[in-house]
Design a protein around this ligand. Structure first.
Ligand SMILES: [Zn+2]
Length: 374
């Protein structure tokens, strides 16, 4: 039996508008492609306040609802903000709702609950005994306990870690998105029962400006591999294997949450890593090979073409469904996307090894010595 794949069209309501890079079509296209390979979608239902309150504050949810109400009547959010005397002290500002990255839209509260439901239900499924449960979209790893950030209004991977902790004593979060998984890291930073691992383009110049080596969490259970811009996929994959995998071996998690951001790809417009679809999928396979109970969700990915083939390839791989490299003919023609693999290679190899070696050495000297073992 293939693992459950959670999806419902109401997840597409998480939409910041046509000008915003976070497009619901990414998810819709994946679902269409996956249906050709026999992947059946299961309705995850909707997430609830109780799910969100596992990691977010009541204060944050209250402000979130207020912003939604204001956004639902035209112009009223702007008018409400104009009346605020000290904007930086206002709850709108403090909770991240004035950032241009997350423009308020009507119905945003319920839309977010719909969107994160796939990850929450997948985590419940694994908590209740399934070996694996999958979804795409969401993976909203930038939202922290009290602050919306970077297109993320709630933090579903952090919630998933909380759900898994109900059954498992040690949970690992693995984040292969282009950007540092800051929200998840900060939410679990002081809790040594959750190991957060993130491999990403360095925050020196890229959003969210965090994810440095020295962010080690409680008992070295936050692990970061910040890589220089233009690091190539061979170096990226090698750093993942020599940094993240030995840490997992030492920590010995009993379950895993995998955030599958597809934006490390060399074609992605928001970043500067040079990872190929093939190399990225190798990391997904490495996680699968661990053989641990696994929840996988989506994440970033802003080149419509590469994100669809990478995510779909990941779901098929995790589901043990073999697939040819060429796409079904009609979809290939409609989407101008002939194959799962990259049409062009990413260029030279071996770039960025300096920052990668520094990170690996740091992990060997700190995490692999100081992290708790069961
Ligand atoms: Zn990202």
């Amino acid at each position: 039996m293939p693992p459950v794949f959670y999806y419902h069209p109401r997840m597409l309501e998480y939409d910041f508008g046509p000008e915003h890079p976070f497009r619901p079509e990414r998810l819709a296209r994946c679902v269409e492609l996956l249906s050709r390979y026999g992947i059946v979608c299961e309705d995850p239902g909707v997430a609830s306040d109780a799910d969100a309150l596992r990691v977010h504050s009541q204060d944050y949810l209250t402000t979130f609802r207020q912003v939604d109400e204001l956004a639902s009547s035209p112009g009223s959010f702007e008018r409400a903000i104009e009346k605020v005397v000290d904007l930086e002290a206002s709850p709108y500002f403090c909770h991240g709702f004035l950032s241009g990255d997350n423009p308020p839209f009507p119905g945003m509260y319920q839309a977010t609950m719909n969107f994160i439901a796939g990850t929450v239900r997948a985590a419940e499924e694994v908590r209740d005994g399934a070996q694996m449960a999958l979804t795409l979209g969401a993976g909203l790893h930038h939202c922290s306990r009290e602050r919306a950030s970077g297109f993320c209004l709630l933090d579903d991977p952090a919630i998933a870690c909380g759900v898994l902790r109900e059954k498992f004593d040690r949970v690992a979060y693995i984040d292969i998105d282009l950007h540092h998984g800051d929200g998840v890291q900060w939410i679990w930073y002081e809790d040594p029962s959750v190991l957060t691992c993130s491999i990403h383009e360095s925050g020196r110049r890229l959003f969210p400006g965090t994810g440095f080596l020295e962010e080690t969490g409680s008992e070295f259970t936050a692990l970061n591999i910040p890589l220089d811009p233009y690091t190539t996929g061979d170096v990226w994959l090698d750093a993942f294997r020599r940094g993240v995998l030995p840490a997992l071996e030492r920590f010995r998690p009993q379950a895993i949450v995998l955030q599958m951001g597809a934006d490390p790809h060399f074609s992605d417009p928001l970043g500067h890593l040079m990872v190929s679809a093939h190399e990225w999928l190798e990391a997904v396979k490495d996680v699968k090979k661990l053989g641990l109970p696994l929840v996988a969700c989506g994440g970033g990915g802003y080149n419509m073409e590469s994100v669809v083939r990478m995510w779909s390839g990941a779901i098929l791989t995790l589901s043990d469904i073999e697939f040819e490299d060429s796409l079904p003919e009609d979809l290939a023609k409609n989407w101008l996307m002939p194959r799962f693999s990259d049409p062009t290679p990413p260029g030279p190899s071996g770039e960025g090894s300096h920052s990668a070696e520094i990170a690996i050495r740091y992990i060997q000297e700190h995490h692999l010595k100081g992290m708790p073992t069961p």
